[in-house]
Write a protein of this length. Structure first.
Length: 379
C-alpha cells in the first residue's frame, strides 16, 4: 500500500508554507485512513518509506488509539450475546475486576507487566468465605476470560502484540466425595425435610428421589432441576439431558437403573419439570444441609487454617454426589464411557473426579518386593 506526505491546509495558511510541519498519511491493512505529524519534509519522507516498507513486508504494527471503555462496549455488543448467560455475567465480573485493579486506558498500552500486576494484586482480594483469599482457580478463571477478550482486540487490530498470561499453579485437590455410609444416612434422614411444599408427594419422597437420581446419573444439580418430563421415558428409563441445560452444551441420552426409576415415578407431578422446586434456589441448599445435620454428618474442613469455617464447610455440596458417581463407578466403567456420561470436554477433567489414590493402593500390591523382606515380615 502507498503512503504520502502532505501539509495541513489550515496550518499552512496560518504559519506559512516554510514553517508548516509535514505529515505522513497512509491506509493501514484494515483499510483505515491514518496520519501522523512528523516535522521536516526530509523526516516525513523517511517515515513514509518506513511505513511502506513495513506494510510491504507484512510487519506493520498498528498504533491503535482505541480506549478500553470503547473496546469493552464493542465486545459486549458483538461477542457477549453469543455466550451463555452465566458466561456473560462471569466475563463482565472479570472485566470489572480488571478495571478496578489495573485501570486500563488504551488497549495498546496493555502489556505483560500489566497482566502480572493484575495477578499479583488479585491474589490479595478476599474470597467468599470469611478470612479467605481468592483461590488460584478463580484467578486463572479471570485470566482465561481476559485472554479471550484481548485476543479479539488483537484480531480487530486494536492490540499489536498479545501479552503473556502467567497462570497461577492450582493445587491438585480432591473435593469431598459422598461415601456409601453417608449416603445411606442422608437417605434415611430425609424424613426431616419440610420442603418442597404444595406438591403431590411428601418432601421426604421428593428428596430421596433427588439424592438417588444424582448419585446414579452424575448430573449437576442445575441439570437435575431443569430436567423436563418430556425427556423421561417411564417405561424404558431413558433420559435426555438437553444442550441448553448442561455445561457440555450438547444433547445426551442415558438410562437410569430400575431402583432410580421407581423413585422418580413417585415424585411425578403436574409440573413440566421432574424435580420441580417451587421455592427460592437458596432454600434447596438449606434443606440439604438440614438433612445432613439430622444424619449426623460433620465433615472436617481441610482449609480450617486458611479461613473462618462456616456451617457449609462441614457439609456436602451437591457436587459431592457427582464426585461419588465417578468414584463408585470407575472400577466398573471404562474411562472414555465415564467421560461421555459426565460430559467432560477434556479427559483430564474426568481424571480429577477419580480417586486415583485408591487405584494406586490396589496396584501397589503388585509391586515387586524382595523375598527376604516378605519373609522377615512373615516372621
Amino acid at each position: 500500500m502507498r503512503a504520502w506526505i502532505f501539509q495541513d491546509t489550515r496550518q499552512k495558511k496560518r504559519l506559512g508554507e516554510s514553517k508548516c510541519p509535514w505529515s505522513v498519511g497512509w491506509i493501514d491493512p484494515n483499510w483505515n485512513r491514518r496520519s501522523k505529524r512528523i516535522g521536516s519534509k526530509s523526516m516525513a519522507e523517511k517515515f513514509r518509506r518506513k511505513i511502506e516498507g513495513e506494510m510491504a513486508a507484512g510487519i506493520y504494527k498498528n498504533d491503535s488509539r482505541k480506549k478500553w471503555p470503547q473496546f469493552r462496549a464493542e465486545y459486549e455488543e458483538r461477542i457477549l450475546p453469543l455466550k451463555a448467560v452465566n458466561t456473560r455475567n462471569a466475563i463482565r465480573t472479570t472485566m470489572c475486576h480488571f478495571e478496578r485493579i489495573c485501570g486500563p486506558r488504551k488497549i495498546a498500552a496493555i502489556k505483560t507487566a500489566m497482566m502480572d500486576d493484575f495477578v499479583a494484586r488479585r491474589c490479595n482480594d478476599p474470597g467468599r468465605k470469611p478470612g479467605s483469599k481468592v483461590t488460584p482457580a478463580t484467578i486463572n478463571h479471570d485470566l482465561r476470560h481476559l485472554k479471550a477478550a484481548l485476543q479479539v482486540a488483537h484480531d480487530w487490530g486494536y492490540l499489536t502484540t498479545m501479552p503473556k498470561f502467567r497462570k497461577v499453579r492450582e493445587p491438585e485437590e480432591i473435593g469431598p466425595v459422598v461415601t456409601p455410609e453417608h449416603f445411606e444416612a442422608m437417605y434415611l434422614a430425609c424424613d426431616s425435610a419440610t420442603m418442597p411444599k404444595g406438591l403431590s408427594c411428601e418432601p421426604q419422597v421428593w428428596w430421596r428421589g433427588l439424592l438417588v437420581y444424582a448419585l446414579t446419573t452424575g448430573w449437576r444439580i442445575d441439570e437435575i432441576l431443569s430436567f423436563r418430563r418430556d425427556d423421561l421415558n417411564l417405561e424404558s428409563g431413558e433420559i435426555v439431558t438437553r444442550a441448553a441445560n448442561n455445561k457440555g452444551n450438547r444433547d445426551d441420552i442415558d438410562h437410569i437403573p430400575a431402583a432410580t426409576l421407581d423413585h422418580v415415578r413417585a415424585i411425578i407431578s403436574f409440573s413440566a419439570l421432574v424435580f420441580y422446586w417451587p421455592h427460592h434456589r437458596r432454600t434447596l441448599d438449606t434443606q440439604f444441609h438440614r438433612i445432613q445435620e439430622e444424619a449426623g454428618i460433620h465433615l472436617t474442613c481441610p482449609k480450617a487454617d486458611e479461613h473462618i469455617c462456616t456451617d457449609a464447610c462441614h457439609r456436602y455440596g451437591f457436587h459431592a454426589l457427582r464426585r461419588a458417581y465417578a468414584t463408585l463407578n470407575v472400577d466398573t466403567m471404562s474411562a472414555p464411557m465415564l467421560q461421555k456420561k459426565m460430559r467432560h470436554k477434556s479427559f483430564q477433567t474426568t481424571l480429577g473426579y477419580i480417586k486415583l489414590a485408591d487405584k494406586m493402593k490396589k496396584s501397589a500390591e503388585q509391586v515387586y518386593v524382595p523375598d527376604f523382606l516378605q519373609k522377615r515380615k512373615a516372621n
